[in-house]
Design a protein around this ligand. Structure first.
Ligand code: 5GP
Ligand code: MN
Length: 346
């Protein structure tokens, strides 16, 4: 596999730090997705196999389609169980921060995480990591998933001998979900070498795909149909598709965490469309998911106008305006990007 020239001094410090059994907490971003939870649990199993005492603490609930992952039942959700989350943070001797680039991404857990004064190690693939928030930062935005980066690191550290089927399944699922099932241009020969390494542990790719993608509830599938038929607008002039999901829509379809996941991608499946945005009401705010194709960067829009960020082709943000006004704000921005959105080829 490729040599990413990881910082050798950091590698040595971390290997020293974890050379004897430690209390380890692994955390990730608010609303963990497949890569966030998959890389966290993947690392948990590796560190456990090395003799450490490891707990995954998440800032908020993860979607039910990830609850087959080994170890997911023992994950501590800060919102549901703040006392236990705080106890684990307090006794941690080392903290790993996976799949986020800014401490604010842990939302309500922010103050508690920042209070901890033990070595913190960042492993992430988002652009522009906030400087100094962890003592050791392994931040590689050219890598398509934190799961892939983690395997490269494990090989570099010589810890890949502790991979087993449990860790490999979690990591495989993370890489698969963050690469759109190995479809995005972030996928490289290295991604496939990492996958080959994981499959050696007995991962069954067909089973994992089914567990993630073929477990929709009846109501979720109806919600998808309703959103596609009633709540999708095309702004043909700018090659943009917009979806909305109001609180009352979500109540009607008995919305559960993760139900809206993936809907935004349908926008990009329409011929010529370059940007898709999903606006959903959540906790008194409007959450926005942006996706784009090619060179157009939705990260910039998310950062500049919607208090968010992410990657060039997948970003997110929020707005305190109501649903309708948030959509209007976005639509009113499109003329600024007219040339890029209307460009025929790239
Ligand atoms: P999603 O649309 O799936 O929620 O998020 C897409 C991408 O944007 C993810 O990589 C996620 O990390 C990033 N993202 C989503 N919401 C936010 C946000 O509020 N702030 C930042 N910085 N990134 C976000
Ligand atoms: Mn990720």
């Amino acid at each position: 596999m490729a040599n990413y020239e990881f910082n050798t001094q950091d590698r040595k410090s971390i290997k020293d730090l974890l050379s004897s059994p430690k209390e380890v907490v692994i955390t990730t971003h608010h609303k963990p997705d497949g890569d966030a939870l998959g890389s966290s649990l993947g690392l948990l199993h590796i560190l456990r196999a090395m003799g450490h005492h490891v707990t995954v603490v998440v800032p908020s609930e993860f979607p039910a389609f990830l609850n087959w992952m080994k170890g997911s039942q023992d994950v501590i959700d800060f919102i549901r169980n703040p006392k236990s989350a705080r106890e684990h943070l307090a006794k941690a001797e080392v903290i790993f921060c996976l799949d986020f680039n800014d401490p604010s991404r842990v939302e309500k857990m922010h103050a508690d995480l920042m209070n901890v004064k033990v070595p913190m190690i960042l492993i992430d693939h988002h652009l522009d990591p906030k400087k100094g928030f962890c003592d050791y930062q392994f931040s590689y935005s050219s890598i398509g998933s934190t799961g892939e980066l983690l395997v490269h690191l494990m090989v570099d550290f010589g810890w890949d001998e502790h991979l087993n089927r449990d860790s490999a399944e979690c990591l495989y699922a993370g890489i698969m979900t963050d690469t759109g099932s190995f479809r995005f241009n972030s996928v490289t020969d290295q991604t496939h070498l990492v996958i080959a390494r994981l499959m050696k542990e007995g991962v069954r790719n067909d089973r994992i795909h089914e567990l993630i993608y073929d477990t929709n509830s009846f109501m979720r599938t109806k919600f998808l149909g309703y959103t596609l038929s009633e709540k999708m607008q095309q702004i043909a002039e700018y090659n943009v598709i917009i979806f909305t999901a109001s609180q009352s829509d979500m109540d009607r379809f008995k919305h559960e965490s993760g139900d809206l996941e993936g809907i935004v991608n349908f926008g990009l499946s329409i011929k010529k469309m370059k940007v898709a945005a999903l606006f959903s009401e959540r906790d008194g705010l409007v959450k926005i998911s942006f996706r784009s194709k090619g060179l157009f960067s939705v990260k910039e829009i998310a950062e500049k106008y919607f208090e968010g960020g992410g990657h060039k082709n997948a970003a997110g943000g929020r707005s305190k305006l109501n649903l309708e006004d948030t959509v209007k704000k976005f639509v009113d921005l499109l003329p600024i990007y007219k040339e890029e959105l209307q460009a025929e080829t790239e």
